[in-house]
Design a protein around this ligand. Sequence first.
Ligand SMILES: C[S@@+](CC[C@H](N)C(=O)[O-])C[C@H]1O[C@@H](n2cnc3c(N)ncnc32)[C@H](O)[C@@H]1O
Length: 254
Amino acid sequence: MPKRAIEREFGVPIAGEILEPEQWSQTALKKLPADGLLNADALFARNAPLVLDIGCGNGRFLLGSAVWRREHDHIGIDLLPVVIRYATRRGNQRGLTNLRFAVCDGLRFLQSYAEPHRYTEIHCYHPQPFYDPGQIHRRLITPEFLVLVCRALAPGGSFFVQTDNPGYWRYIRAVVPVFFDFEERAEPWPDSPKGRTRREIIALRRGLPVFRGSGTVKAGLSEPKALQLAQTLPPPVFDADRRLRELDDVEASE
Ligand SMILES: C[S@@+](CC[C@H](N)C(=O)[O-])C[C@H]1O[C@@H](n2cnc3c(N)ncnc32)[C@H](O)[C@@H]1O
């Protein structure tokens, strides 16, 4: 019998098993197109429902989704090369062919590479709150970002977002329902009762509330109309509560 290995993070298994090296795949997407859109059909050599995770961190959510939903293709992006290295190593070791990870800014990906009306699901778990006033402009969820999410989603496609930052959530629940029929969800997602992502697991272990929701683009919302609405909405300026940053620092040493 070949040796199979289950990996855990904070005691919670990461989906899939580490295979023998001859069964490993290549999940790093090292180059995005120099100009033009990323053609997902060509990338995966098939036409399948497509899932995007923006700010995917170590890839835990997508690894699970790719293992459990072989009929879906998956793309994970994050700004930080080191987390993409962790994600790709795990994807490779599991032999996944329906998953790619790339280093890229989330807004830039949606602006430059995401094919319009192609993505079945777009996920954004625990976007960084950026506590310093000088960093506020880096917050990912903005009206402009949401317009681009609407453009990238396939008809009937869903946007998923969650955070453990109450200030960020107040902002999200004020702006997201302008574009989406949005439903909040108190309980963890049924596929991952201990948390879909590394950050969710950490938050749950610390007893922090986790705010979640998902939705589909409002019926009849055209791109010009979405752009017009975006101009009436505030930027993500909120008190991110520095006490939560101290928790992040403690977690980093665990
Ligand atoms: C708090 S972590 C959450 C990671 C993961 N989604 C989770 O829930 O465990 C936020 C992640 O977003 C990434 N990030 C921050 N700004 C980004 C941006 N503009 N585009 C893409 N990723 C970004 C960070 O590098 C980090 O990995």
